[in-house]
Write a protein that binds this ligand. Sequence first.
Ligand code: EPU
Length: 302
Amino acid sequence: MRISDPRIVAKLAEIHVELRKSAALAGLTSLGIGGTTDLLRIKSHESLPDLLNLLDANHVPHKFLGGGSNLLVGDGELPWVVLQLVRPEPDVVLDGNFAHVDAAADLGRMITFCAKNDLGGMEGLIGVPGTVGGALRMNAGAYGMQIGSYVREVKLYRAASRTIEVLRGDQISFEYRHTSFAPDDMMLSVILELPSKSFKVILEGIRICNEKRRSSQPLGQKSAGCIFKNPPGASAGRMIDELGLKGLSVGDARISDRHANFFVNAGHASAKDMLALIADVREQVQKSFGVSLENEVVVWNA
Ligand code: EPU
């Protein structure tokens, strides 16, 4: 979708939103898949109400992009523009055991920065790609921990009321890869309360998690992490593996040989290829195990 109306273009500049024409979303997602659209880069949270009013008044559909690491975007010319926060500097400010973190901060860098300041708890998430905002929205978790446990306050843009709101941690429900945020809420910043731990102890935890992840996940390849959520009491990866589906491919979309719940882009996979592979695996798991797998990856299909 293209923004060509000069009045909209002028207004965007006025509210300090950068317009990048015809951005290729394949370059902004870890899967390396996705068509093109105009990208709006937001330098100040405060411009959000004006921006959303402008887009709505001009009937410009939009979506919020985080780090693009858990996302499968459709092919070709996309029918909506994409909004993304520009990361401020600094993006993490510490105050005792509280870390004030911008949603655009890189998750891994935030964990490392806190570790260097003797704040731990998040070791399990090291190696998970993406932004803090994305991790928050999905309640990212690994190795027995989840980010939601540390959230004390979240600042977000509520599309429904067109306002910036602050929620306390206990007003938000964090479940397995799910939160009570509305789909069109945009995470802006978060306050995490992290336990004090020495850098040395945290580093050891990070080393163990890194090793586990390296041995079981295809880290160097283009993927969106796990494609399906684990059904209660079971592992989607194990079920797909048991069906002998590792290596199955549609075009360049391929089930990883290392972890069967990771589907990789082994070359120039399209969204169509990846979606066909997802549908095929879902059907086979349904047939053999009677389980309907739910997507963990977020799909933006045109
Ligand atoms: N397994 C297989 N074959 C495979 C993959 C796994 O037999 O191809 C078996 C493993 O041997 C193990 C069991 O299945 O006995 C579980 O596997 P694993 O420990 O890799 O965990 P998982 O349930 O597949 C979950 C998360 C990961 C997270 C890891 C580590 C989900 C959908 N996945 O994977 O998160 O990194 O635990 O805590 O919850 C993600 O969110 O994108 C993600 C990858």
